[in-house]
Design a protein around this ligand. Sequence first.
Ligand code: GLY
Ligand code: MN
Length: 459
Amino acid sequence: MFEQKIYTKRRKLLKKEFSNGILLFFGNTELPMNYPQNTFHFRQDSTFLYFFGIEEPGLAAIIDIDNNKEIIFGDDVDIEDVIWTGPVPLLKDKIQKVGVADCAPFSMLSEYVENANIQNRKIHFLPPYHPNNQIFLNTSLGIPFSKLKGSASLDFIKAVVKLRSVKGKEEIKEIKTGMKTAYKIFTTAMKMVKPGMFEYEVAGKMEGIARSKNGSLSFPTILSVRGEILHGHYHNNEMKDGDLLLIDAGFETPMGYATDHTRVVPVSGKFTQKQKEIYQIVLDSQIAAIEAIKPGVTYQSIHLLACKVIAQGLKNIGLMKGDVDEAVKQGAHAFFLPHGLGHMMGLDVHDMEDIGQNYVGYDDEVQPIDQFGTAYLRLGRRLQEGFVLTVEPGIYFIPELFKLWKAENKFTDFINYLKVEEYLGFGGIRIEDDVLVTAEGYEVLGKPIPKTIEEIENL
Ligand code: GLY
Ligand code: MN
């Protein structure tokens, strides 16, 4: 937990954005995995963490703008629980640590919300993703499940995005601390890879390091010799000589902040010439994108810049052809790079994705581009000092996409399918780092994890 004044200040800034109504914050609850007492890993809601800092399950909070009150709702454990769990600090003590004056039993939350509703006061809530919080809103406000997301408060969404997008000094410090473990996770994994091992051996070691640093993973590790599968969570392949292993993983610090990196290593320890060529194009694109980062530039334009470097590189080795600018404008490059360049990162690895990608990554000025590939870009708007984001271009050879687009004769002016056929089975390459937008430009966070061809082979 940060110092009390951090949370008080965050709530003060939030309150300034509202003239009336109540702001309703849900913490998360534990969910049964296979029977009620055996629960999934608990993760507090990030917005609740940001404003109220308490990590325990079963909490909610209200900021009552009309009556200038802040209340945290939750239940203290009774003696029956204490026997099993040991003593737990009382809620009235916990709320002091985050500068909140009042607390109440959880059962009083519905009464508070229902009364506000009867009085026609505006009840601001964020799009609920947790089933228990959806049930609460459905029961106390009578909003059908299908209408919950659409009933969320736009003012609340915008206010939270405004505050959480620009990271405070304390947040940047915490993310930088997390980078030390990210470095250890990656260098350990990259060194241990060798033919005959299974992917799960590496994935398990990585998770073990995260746990040994009192944290966890910021998302389920993507680790596969089938690197063209963008979110490959299957870890049962044996790694063979000639394979490339793609590792995309993040550490979640004890305070809940994420890291997110991707590296690709040749299982044999040496890249083939073909692998080197593709790798270098991705690296050139990532470096060009990072160097373009500064306040005021749209991330959409940096995404398109990275795509052009990829398209030019692929043209140089005969996989693409024609006019590079036109290929990217029409979306032909998305055959090789069907995802966005990156996303915001903070308390969530895809920061605030629960609130809505379009509010987090876009605004009135910069709108999402509805084109295969670029449509997945989670951040497009102008960068500001204090944003933390990822830069993660890639090149993939996806057999299913090849079959489909070739059969449709899609973008034959730009894609050399005959040559692409030689790369089926290649897999995929992505290179990802986390970047802080500074007043002058950018700072790549953390000790650099080996990423040039030479550095990786040396490791
Ligand atoms: N690192 C996984 C992702 O950004 O989707
Ligand atoms: Mn990422």
